[in-house]
Design a protein around this ligand. Structure first.
Ligand SMILES: [Zn+2]
Length: 324
């Protein structure tokens, strides 16, 4: 006599045997198809890439081409130190294969919140898609001692505005090429050829700017924020002072008094600043020194006509040269 358990077990076995007999032809076909696809499949579907800034997004698109789908979080006209963490960004990050960010604490105010919300192990520290772009950059202004954030310095790990030097643009492109090739080896040749094309286009643009660069070389200028340090390394403009006494700290009257003296002594006639800083204060200093205030976009999309990385550098260098 069979127990209830035995009977259940037996009928299950009969059911499974019958079911398997019915589906076996389909299963065989499916396995065969999977094998064929595994061999013939050239690459993944598009890699989903999310970047913190428009500049990284544009370089990622140049390198990834048709094989990547790129979204960015901060807009080029926003102060990159302060971005609002919107829920829609969490959804983008949830589906991301790559999360590329500037690093050096530029995104410290909002990135941890978004990454926690996204619950995507691929893009967490240690995940295959976690890409701290600053890791390939020779960083300027690394503090030698301890930096106290309470004093307002927004660059405690060094200067994060490195994309404004085209040599760093190439380093960023190479990093994307390496990462995309690693995650999507089937398209590696395309990523390498796209990187070469990007480098060649950037080189050609910079060659065309040689006369403009000659005008800028050694000219004394004042910048609002230290965001123009890397740009100055490349263009050899001579930054004689900053409107901010420390990165992220608004100008005080005593600091401005000293700056005005420096500008008179060095004959600095241009104040370079981003669209989101306080124009009135810059105009005040300009009125005391006979300088001109030059608003330059620090990122792709900072003004409407600047919609790619090479265009950004071209615009900023051309505009600055035209003031001398
Ligand atoms: Zn900054």
């Amino acid at each position: 006599m069979l127990s209830i358990n035995d009977r259940v077990s037996l009928s299950l076995r009969i059911l499974m045997k019958n079911t398997f007999a019915k589906v076996r032809p389909f299963l065989t076909a499916a396995i065969a198809l999977a094998a064929v696809t595994a061999f013939s499949r050239p690459a993944l579907a598009q890699l989903n890439v999310v970047t913190s800034t428009t500049d990284l997004a544009d370089i990622a698109k140049s390198v990834g081409g048709a094989h990547v789908n790129v979204k960015h979080i901060g807009e080029g006209y926003q102060d990159p130190h302060f971005v609002e963490a919107k829920p829609s960004f969490v959804l983008q990050l949830r589906n991301a294969d790559v999360w590329a960010f500037v690093g050096l604490d530029l995104e410290i105010g909002w990135m941890p919140l978004l990454l926690d919300g996204a619950r995507n192990p691929k893009i967490r520290l240690g995940g295959s898609g976690y890409l701290d772009v600053s890791s390939v950059i020779p960083v300027l202004d690394r503090p030698s001692g301890n930096v106290d954030r309470s004093q307002g310095d927004v660059h405690p790990l060094g200067n994060p505005h490195y994309w404004l030097d085209p040599d760093n643009g190439k380093r960023i492109a190479h990093l994307f090429q390496t990462k995309f090739s690693q995650l999507d080896p089937g398209n590696s040749a395309a990523y390498q050829s796209n990187e070469r094309a990007f480098d060649a286009k950037l080189d050609a643009a910079m060659r065309a700017l040689v006369p403009a660069l000659a005008k800028i070389k050694d000219q004394p200028v004042v910048a609002w924020h230290t965001s123009w340090r890397y740009f100055a390394e490349y263009t050899h403009m001579n930054i004689v002072g900053f409107m901010e006494p420390k990165p992220g700290v608004p100008p005080s009257p005593s600091h401005l008094a000293g700056l005005i003296q420096t500008m008179r002594r060095t004959n600095a006639k241009v104040i370079v600043m981003e669209p989101f800083y306080d124009r009135k204060t810059a105009d005040f200093v300009a009125s005391r020194t006979g300088a001109k205030v030059l608003i330059l976009p620090p990122s792709v999309g900072g003004i409407r006509s600047v919609n790619d990385y090479i265009g950004l550098l071209t615009y900023d260098i051309t505009q600055l040269a035209s003031t001398f």
